[in-house]
Design a protein around this ligand. Structure first.
Ligand code: KIV
Ligand code: NA
Length: 270
């Protein structure tokens, strides 16, 4: 398979093929996930937790994101892998100004990212449009946004009441119109995520703990392998238990996302 492109992602969204994504932070796991057929690899700032042992993503630096992006890009290059690399802009690297956001995004693109991800609605719309206009594909992230966990008051389901749901819908439409290619929806009710995915937006919605009505799914690799330092989130499925082998676990995940059997709405929707 060749390089996965933003055009293909858009085509999958339009055509109804589910998009399968895993996080990865190093060369080997990135290459193995790629070989299993993931469409994108997210170099998430979740690396602060799984690689660095921090208790949140708030302390992750731009330098760390560059380093792990380089590791992943090298791994894919060496293996001839074509998964699209999406890297998180870390907390504090895009909040100050458009100027700061583009400088940070350029650093990540030069490290090997092919798309950058940033959290939040409202004020981010302006930043997203600014980056997209300058040739940087962007993935939004709404619902539970871990970088603002302090403001949210913990890692909890978002968009449950009418006001919060309405705000999320408005944010999703704004991000879509600003030109986002993808949008992570984290820990929001399945019905809300499905509504946002319908005619409301054209970009590829990627769910995590958001039911199976989104255009695609993402999981933190360590979680779906059953490896976790803290408490495992309820929406995670342990694919390692079912398969007993990392390559097979990744392949089973891709299959389950593509055929719509993960997540199970009854178990993993809110
Ligand atoms: O940091 C991360 O890994 C993420 C994905 C789970 C969406 O943001
Ligand atoms: Na993240």
């Amino acid at each position: 398979r060749g390089q996965v492109t933003t055009r293909q992602i858009a085509g999958m969204r339009a055509g109804g093929e589910k998009i399968a994504i895993l996080t990865a932070y190093d060369a080997t796991f990135a290459a193995v996930a790629d070989a299993a057929g993931v469409d994108c690899i997210m170099v998430g700032d979740s690396l602060g937790m799984v690689c660095q042992g921090q208790t949140s993503t708030v302390g992750v630096s731009l330098e760390s994101m560059q380093y792990h992006t380089r590791c992943v890009a090298q791994g894919l290059a060496r293996a001839g892998g074509g998964a699209l690399i999406v890297t998180d802009l870390p907390f504090g690297a895009y909040q100050v100004s458009r100027d700061q956001a583009i400088r940070s995004a350029v650093q990540l693109m030069q490290a090997g990212a092919q798309m950058v991800k940033l959290e939040g609605g409202g004020w981010t719309t302006d930043i997203v449009a600014f980056l997209v206009e300058r040739g940087i594909p962007v993935c939004g992230h709404l619902g539970l946004t871990p970088q603002t966990v302090s403001a949210l008051g913990g890692y909890r389901v978002q968009g449950r009441d009418d006001v919060a749901a309405q705000r999320l819908r408005a944010d999703a439409v704004a991000l879509d119109q600003a030109g986002a290619t993808m949008m992570v929806l984290e820990m929001v009710p399945a019905r809300l995520a499905a509504t946002v995915t319908g005619d409301m937006t054209a970009c590829a919605t990627i769910g995590i703990g958001a039911g199976n009505g989104t255009a695609g799914q993402v999981l933190v690799m360590h979680d779906m392998l059953g490896l976790n330092l803290g408490r495992m989130a309820k929406f995670v499925r342990n694919f390692m238990l079912e398969t007993g082998e990392v390559r097979a676990a990744f392949a089973a995940y891709v299959r389950a996302v593509k055929d719509g059997s993960f997540p199970d709405n009854g178990l993993h929707g809110w």
